[in-house]
Design a protein around this ligand. Structure first.
Ligand SMILES: C[S@@+](CC[C@H](N)C(=O)[O-])C[C@H]1O[C@@H](n2cnc3c(N)ncnc32)[C@H](O)[C@@H]1O
Length: 350
């Protein structure tokens, strides 16, 4: 075997990987559109040619197997910008063909009962968020948000306009999170009526109602969203604006909402949550991404913070920042009860 002298500058190699970092979400999106995960799940180990033969859409490119091989190779490799391989590749024992099969993380890219997967979030980001990133420098210097600058409206409006796929993507993520969250947090056991603020079509409340048979749920979201609300015997839907008023309940639940809003809006929403409890000794339970107090070192959700800055003009917050915000909104304290898969479950105490 010939050996070559290898001269590498580790910093340069790392920086080089940033120049192509954009490939990861696009490669995943293409694999989803080509049904790669579903086909491998159904048929087990397959070559690129076998996957193409199983596609419902006719293939007119004679080079398709070679091209798909390269895509699948990417999904099977670990790199600085693709740290979690989704497939495994091995040489066929009888030929020089490469066979691919699913690795455990691929389960999140398989369609659920509603025909979507967590992978849909990747597609939705590519589809809706990509263009907003071009405004990141202007967001920093001039304020505002990338959605407004790119599309001329706030992200809330965008969600309402593109409901089905975005809702499906969020519901799919919720289906993964909620069973674990409800195992870790039992704070709804003594609640009569729970309002989910920004609850979208009510998919989160259904998980909670299914666990607590005496609980009644109010799903509160934008009027255009609740018209296609989920159906459950103990669930009612109310349309409105959380910046104005929130329906009365014994407890308020709010998941993945506050990171969408800037501080002043969050304080308004939190004040409205408090008002919704009336004079009762209720509770406000907030679930949002966990960011450690020290903003250095490896923090998985830093990516999300930049996404929020660019698209919403908002931010991810540390526990200390939530505590300050809670006090400004009239709460005595904010307690992190538990952390589940990078989400913290916080109680805003009256
Ligand atoms: C990021 S989604 C979170 C949905 C859900 N809580 C979850 O965790 O999957 C934000 C939700 O807030 C809703 N929303 C945005 N602005 C709103 C407003 N002013 N009043 C009520 N709901 C609003 C959106 O329609 C959307 O369903």
């Amino acid at each position: 075997m010939t050996t070559f002298p290898v001269s590498e500058n580790a910093e340069w190699v790392s920086v080089l990987s940033y120049t192509t970092a954009l490939t990861a979400p696009f490669a995943i999106q293409a694999a989803l559109k080509l049904n790669v995960f579903e086909i491998l799940n159904r048929h087990g180990q397959l070559s690129a040619q076998q996957i193409i033969d199983l596609l419902p859409r006719p293939c007119t490119n004679p080079h398709a197997p070679a091209l798909l091989d390269r895509l699948l190779h990417h999904l099977s490799s670990k790199s600085p910008t693709f740290p979690c391989p989704l497939l495994t590749a091995s040489l066929s024992p009888t030929s020089s063909v490469i066979l691919y099969s699913l690795l455990p993380p691929s389960q999140y890219f398989l369609k659920d009962a509603n025909g979507v997967s967590v992978g849909e979030c990747v597609s939705q980001q590519v589809l809706h968020f990509l263009d907003t990133f071009r405004h990141l420098d202007a967001v920093i210097l001039d304020g505002g948000d990338g959605f407004q600058k790119e599309f001329g409206h706030h992200i809330s409006h965008h969600i309402a306009e593109h409901t089905p796929k975005l809702v499906a993507a969020m519901a799919s993520m919720t289906a993964v999170l909620m069973p674990q969250l409800l195992d870790a947090y039992d704070g709804f056991a003594d609640v009569g009526t729970l309002v989910d603020v920004g609850g979208c079509t009510g998919y989160t409340l259904i998980h909670i109602l299914d666990k607590y048979p005496d609980l009644k749920g109010i799903n509160f979201d934008q009027p255009q969203i609740v018209t296609s609300g989920a159906i459950h015997p103990r669930l009612t839907h109310v349309g409105g604006n959380m910046l104005e008023a929130i329906p009365q309940a014994d407890a308020v639940f709010m998941m993945r909402i506050l990171h969408d809003w800037e501080d002043d809006d969050c304080i308004t929403i939190l004040k409205n949550c408090k008002t919704a409890l009336g004079n009762k000794h209720g509770k406000v339970v907030v679930v949002d991404f966990y960011i450690p107090d020290l903003m250095d070192g490896y923090v998985p959700m830093h990516n999300f913070d930049i996404l929020m800055m660019s698209s919403h003009g908002s931010k991810m917050r540390t526990a200390a920042e939530y505590r300050i915000m809670g006090r400004q909104a009239g709460y005595t304290d904010v307690k992190i009860v538990c952390i589940v898969n990078e989400y913290s479950v916080m109680e805003f105490l009256l």
